[in-house]
Ligand binder design. Structure first.
Ligand code: GAL
Length: 330
């Protein structure tokens, strides 16, 4: 009898302990890894979740929204506790949220907002403000002139937020007749060849240009290639975003005016912290505002970005450990 009692106590203890030891399982669905910055997001997010005692499973959708939904289904099936998503498509990803919720799995939208669904949380940078920073900087340097706006992907909510930011700053100058928008286009993939075609087509037709505001550094670099072919690199202002090493080198060379440095380490840490808390059934901290995603007010963290220009490279991306000084100036 006594033996039976201690045997059952042992089983209870094992079951209890294995329950306690269960590490939070976090699914991280990424759009693609074609741009440098996403490698950083991936590494930082994985490290932070591990530090906090969780396990991350990463899936890359290669810019395919159907593939991303399939990957979400697999992770849901595998029994993850929480899903963090960089949506390929702002609307289509709503289905991921729906299906995750059927299995009681909460979803955090990372960097890009998932629209028109019951999204649980959103961790990003203030993208309207990023657009304002870009437009503000260039329009201070060149308060008059012809501007080209090369926007991000139409499948990405950030592209629209950036555009809002640009227009917040530029509209009064357009109304005054000081600035003329000679090109205003979104793209499909945020990639250099798209902006290259837009800018070189315009220049081929004999168009004049004073400034280009690009949604990210990949688009900025395509625009710079087009300018270079016409001997205009360094003569036309160019703003980008992401603080890619190539962009920062272009700033040093004088071909790009500014880029935007997003606090990726803090963003990845905030998302990882929230994911671990949620998976333990606790409320995430610092979700101190809400963002309307078309369906609900989503609790959110929006961090602040910084302008990187030729003068402050050391004080921004280098001192924050984002880029190696040697790699920039080699
Ligand atoms: C956006 C993001 C940008 C850029 C782009 C391309 O959502 O805001 O920083 O990286 O995606 O992947």
């Amino acid at each position: 009898m006594r033996q039976l009692f201690s045997y059952s106590m042992l089983i209870i203890a094992i079951v209890f302990m294995s329950g306690c030891n269960q590490r939070p399982q976090v699914g991280f669905l990424m759009d693609n890894l074609t741009l440098e910055r996403w490698e950083k997001d991936k590494t930082l997010f994985e490290e932070k979740v591990k530090d906090l005692g969780g396990i991350v499973t990463v899936r890359i959708a290669d810019s395919d929204p159907d593939k991303q939904l399939e990957q979400a289904r697999q992770l849901i099936e595998e029994g993850i506790d929480v899903l963090v998503v960089i949506p390929v498509d702002l609307e289509a990803a709503g289905q991921i949220v729906k299906e995750a919720h059927r299995s009681y799995i909460p979803v955090i939208s990372y960097d890009r907002l998932i629209r028109n669904c019951n999204l649980d949380y959103y961790v990003s940078t203030d993208n309207i403000h990023i657009g304002e920073l870009q437009a503000d900087y260039l329009s201070k340097v060149s308060p008059k002139g012809k501007y080209a706006l090369v926007g991000g992907s139409t499948a990405d909510h950030n592209a629209y937020l950036l555009h809002l930011g640009w227009m917040n700053v530029l509209q009064p100058l357009i109304d005054k007749g000081d600035i003329e928008i000679i090109l205003d286009q979104y793209t499909t993939y945020w990639m250099p060849d798209e902006s290259y075609s837009l800018i070189s087509d315009y220049l081929d037709k004999g168009g004049e240009l004073d400034a280009i505001i690009a949604g990210n550094d990949a688009l900025a670099s395509g625009a710079i290639t087009a300018l270079r072919e016409k001997n205009l690199a360094g003569k036309v202002l160019v703003a980008g975003q992401d603080a890619d090493i190539g962009a920062v080198r272009s700033i040093v060379a004088g071909d790009q005016t500014i880029t935007i440095y997003k606090p990726i380490e803090s963003m990845a840490a905030a998302a990882a912290n929230a994911a671990i808390k949620i998976s333990k059934g606790e409320a995430p901290s610092n979700m101190n505002l809400t963002v309307n995603n078309g369906k609900r007010l989503v609790p959110a963290i929006l961090l602040q970005a910084q302008v990187v220009n030729r003068q402050n490279i050391q004080m921004t991306v280098v001192s924050e450990g984002y880029l190696e000084e040697q790699a920039i100036f080699e």
